[in-house]
Design a protein around this ligand. Structure first.
Ligand code: GLY
Ligand code: MN
Ligand code: MN
Length: 461
């Protein structure tokens, strides 16, 4: 946890930004896996964590801007809970560590909120993403569950996005810790892969490294020899020499800041010449995108640049043709790169995605495209110092998509379908790193990890 002055300053700024009314930040509850007492690992809501710091279930934070009051609702453990789970500092002691002196019993919340509603005060809340939060808000605010999300407070969303987008020095220390654990996971995957092992056997060990690092996985690990499926997790598939394995995984640290990296490596000791050719294309695209990062540039334009580099490389390989800029403008790159170049990262691996991509990655004037490929770009807006972003281009040879594009005679000016067909069964390649936008450009977060084909091969031997 940060010093309480951090949480006090964050709440003060939030109050100033939102201006009036009452801000309600719901902490998360424990979430049952298959019966009430068998729960998923507890994960606090990231905005609650950002402003109220406490990493425990069953809390509600309230900031009454008009009356200049802040309070936490919660409760002390019962003796039964102490018997089963051990003692804890009192609720008031915990609240004091984040600068809150006004603690109230959670049982009083509904009554207090009714009082606030009764005098017509504006209640600001965030779009809920868990069913129990939707049901609670629905009951408290007399709204159908389906209407809760659309009444979330846009001023609150915008204020929180403005604050959480710019990472402070103390947050960067945390993110870097998570990225270093993430790099350790990747190193273990790269050196640990063996012909005959299943994807799950390799992926299983990575979670141990994340937990040993003080936190847990930041998202379910993607580790597969079928990397053409963008979010293929892992399974009983046996990894065979000759295939490429993609590992996209990350740890969050004890304070829940995330890391998110991807490496692609041969299951054998060496890349084949075709695999190396394709790998170098992705590497060139990734490096060009990293080199382009600086304040003021639109991430949308960095995405377009990365796409152009992919097309340029595939043109040299005979798979694509024509002018790379025109190919990307027409959307031809989506035959091989169907997603976005990257996203913000912080307390969430896709930072603040619950608040809405239209606020996190776009602006009132820069709207998201509905086109295939472009619609998956989570971040498009101008970069600012303090943003943390991922850069993760890839090549994904998806037979079903190739067949559809070919049957529809799409992009005939830009794609040599016979050459593309030869990549059926190739799989996919992705390379991902985490970067901080600085006043001059960008800085790689975490200790550097093998990235070129030769560096990867050196680890494989
Ligand atoms: N880990 C999913 C992603 O890279 O966005
Ligand atoms: Mn990733
Ligand atoms: Mn990512």
């Amino acid at each position: 946890m940060f010093d309480k002055s951090t949480y006090i300053a964050r709440r003060k700024r939030l109050k100033e930004q939102v201006g009036k009314g009452l801000i309600l930040l719901l902490g998360n509850e424990d979430s049952p896996m298959n019966y009430r007492d068998n729960v998923f690992p507890f994960r606090q809501d990231s905005s609650f964590l950002y402003f109220f710091g406490l990493d425990k279930p069953g809390l509600i934070g309230v900031i009454d801007i008009d009356d200049d009051k802040e309070a936490l609702y919660g409760r002390d453990l019962t003796m039964d809970e102490i018997v089963w789970m051990g003692p804890q500092p009192s609720f008031a002691e915990q609240a004091a560590t984040v600068g809150i002196t006004d603690t109230r019993r959670i049982d009083a919340f509904v009554h207090d909120l009714a009082g606030v509603k009764g005098i017509g005060k504006k209640i600001h809340y965030l779009p809920p993403y868990r069913p129990e939060s939707i049901l609670k808000l629905s009951g408290w605010l007399n709204m159908a569950p389906g209407a809760v999300k659309e009444h979330a407070s846009v001023p609150l969303i915008k204020a929180i996005v403005a604050q959480r987008s710019i990472k402070t020095a103390e947050e960067i220390v945390q993110i870097e810790e998570a990225v270093n654990v993430t790099a350790e996971m990747h190193l273990a995957a790269i050196v640990g892969a063996r012909d005959g092992m299943t994807e799950a056997q390799l992926a299983g060990g990575l979670q141990g490294i994340a937990i040993r690092g003080g936190g847990n996985l930041a998202f379910p690990t993607i580790l597969t020899v079928n990397g053409q499926v963008l979010h293929n997790h892992y399974g009983p598939t046996v990894m065979k020499e000759g295939r490429l394995a993609i590992c996209d995984s990350g740890a969050e640290n004890a304070m829940h800041y995330a890391g998110d990296m991807t490496r692609t490596f041969p299951v054998g000791k060496k890349f084949s010449s075709l695999q190396r050719e394709m790998y170098d294309i992705v590497l060139g695209s990734q490096q060009a995108a990293v080199d382009a990062l600086k304040p003021g540039i639109l991430f949308r334009d960095v995405h377009a640049l990365a796409c152009e580099k992919l097309v340029e490389g595939l043109k040299a390989a005979g798979v694509m043709k024509g002018d790379p800029k025109e190919a990307v403008a027409a959307g031809a790159h989506t035959a091989v790169f169907q997603c976005g170049l990257g996203h913000m990262m912080g307390l969430d691996v896709h930072d603040m995605e619950d608040l809405g991509e239209e606020y996190v990655g776009y602006t009132d004037t820069l709207k998201k495209s509905k086109e295939f490929g472009w619609k998956s770009l989570r971040l498009a807006r101008e970069l600012e110092p303090g943003f943390v972003v991922t850069i993760e281009p890839g090549l994904y040879f998806i037979p079903e998509l190739m067949d559809q594009y070919r049957a529809e005679k799409k992009y005939l000016d830009f794609i040599n379908y016979d050459k593309l067909d030869a990549l059926r069964g190739f799989g996919g390649i992705r390379i991902e790193e985490d970067l901080l936008i600085t006043s001059e450009g960008s800085r790689l977060l975490g200790k550097p990890l093998a990235k070129t084909a030769s560096e990867i091969e050196a680890l494989r031997s």
